[in-house]
Design a protein around this ligand. Structure first.
Ligand SMILES: Cc1ncc(COP(=O)(O)O)c(C=O)c1O
Length: 362
């Protein structure tokens, strides 16, 4: 059963001066809008108490299951303002379906696609003033999430669950232009194994990635690259928050096949767009040995990461224990930059949306 998310407006919104100040330099994930969406699920009643209300802290019993057993999932998507002032989401149905898959994996109740979309849309409508202006750079980042709010100790699925959406204005990911990043190839840590939660967007995956990310930074790299559970010369998986894509001299756009990685919306969009860039999309396993030799002999010409937050991020260098290498000349590749511009053009309504990916909210 789905339903409406009625709005009770806050009596204490941010002042216009404060909001304008925040929107002038929002950064990422630092400021939150005036409202939030919530809904509650119990095994007896199902989903109920849907609402958009003032942004406010939760009151949780210290035994709330999420605090102990990490029964939690989340999503991330953005609202974009077009030049005519209208506001749009990019493929939100993809996020709704992935949220339902994550819920099944974490033994949480599924939220219908309709409830997911309504909650996100109504929150954007309530907080429209927080959607950055149409300069083609900023967006309103939306964070739907669900957690076990039942007060009990014991390893079993909670029968009281809370769903919520919060929103945070986001500035350009690369404020001073798109530069490439470097990845640390982790052989110490893996992110996922067969039968695990790698394909789910659950908080525990990110908690487990933090030590690897810290290790990457200690080695002077921006992000970690996880290998599959075979480690060493095993298959490439993804970075902590982004999917990995390679371009070959033979004109292929290759990305690791799904299974233990997140089914990224940006990855999926890039695969769908490949033909428009005269690239053949290929989903298959890629070993570290293949990446290293391909970078050395020039058969791999570009590497990039794909994610909602950063769209397309050029990857120009890799480092692991006892080696480092660059891709091409060490500068962002031409396909990488062209794909990035094209996706941004669709999202900001600057080119025709031939795939029907945009979803109007306002
Ligand atoms: C582990 C991981 N892989 C890939 C992605 C990219 O997914 P999407 O393009 O849907 O944002 C994300 C970001 O959500 C992520 O956290």
């Amino acid at each position: 059963m789905s339903g409406a998310f009625p709005l009770s407006r806050t009596t204490d919104p941010a002042s216009e001066t404060d909001r304008r100040g925040i929107l002038a330099a929002p950064g990422f994930g630092r400021f939150f809008t005036d409202h939030m969406a919530t809904a509650v699920w119990t095994s007896a009643t199902g989903w109920h108490d849907r609402r958009i209300g003032p942004l406010a802290p939760f009151s949780l019993h210290p035994s709330a299951a999420v605090l102990h057993y990490a029964q939690e999932i989340f999503e991330g998507l953005k609202a974009y303002r077009h030049a005519d002032g209208s506001v749009w989401l990019f493929r939100p149905e993809f996020n709704a379906r992935r949220f339902a898959r994550s819920a099944r994996r974490l033994a949480l109740p599924e939220l219908s696609e309709e409830d997911f979309l309504t909650s996100v849309e109504e929150l954007v409508r309530a907080d429209e003033a927080w959607v950055p202006t149409a300069d083609g750079k900023g967006s309103l980042y939306l964070r739907p999430y669900m957690f076990a709010s039942k007060a009990f100790l014991g390893v079993r699925p909670a029968d009281h669950v809370t769903y919520s959406v919060i929103a945070s204005p986001a500035g350009p990911y690369f404020p001073s232009g798109v530069t490439g990043i470097s990845l640390w190839v982790s052989t110490e840590y893996t992110r996922a194994g067969r039968g695990g939660t790698g394909a789910a967007k659950c908080g525990g995956n990110y908690a487990a990635s933090l030590a690897a990310q810290t290790e990457a930074q200690q080695h002077g790299c921006d992000q970690v690259l996880f290998l599959d559970e075979t480690g060493g010369e095993g298959g490439l998986e993804e970075s902590g928050t982004m999917n990995l894509c390679l371009i070959t001299a033979a004109g292929e756009l290759v990305t690791p096949a799904l299974g233990t990685i997140l089914d990224g919306l940006t990855r999926d969009s890039v695969l769908a767009l490949a033909h428009e860039f005269a690239l053949t999309p290929v989903e298959r396993a890629i070993t570290l040995a293949e990446l290293r030799s391909g970078a050395a002999d020039g058969t791999i010409t570009e590497v990039f990461a794909a994610s909602t937050a950063a769209v397309i991020t050029p990857i120009i260098a890799f480092k692991g224990r006892g080696y480092e290498f660059t891709i091409g000349t060490g500068a962002p590749g031409k396909h990488t930059l062209a794909l990035r511009e094209h996706i941004l053009d669709i999202q900001y309504g600057r080119t025709e949306d031939t795939h029907g990916w945009l979803h109007r909210v306002l």
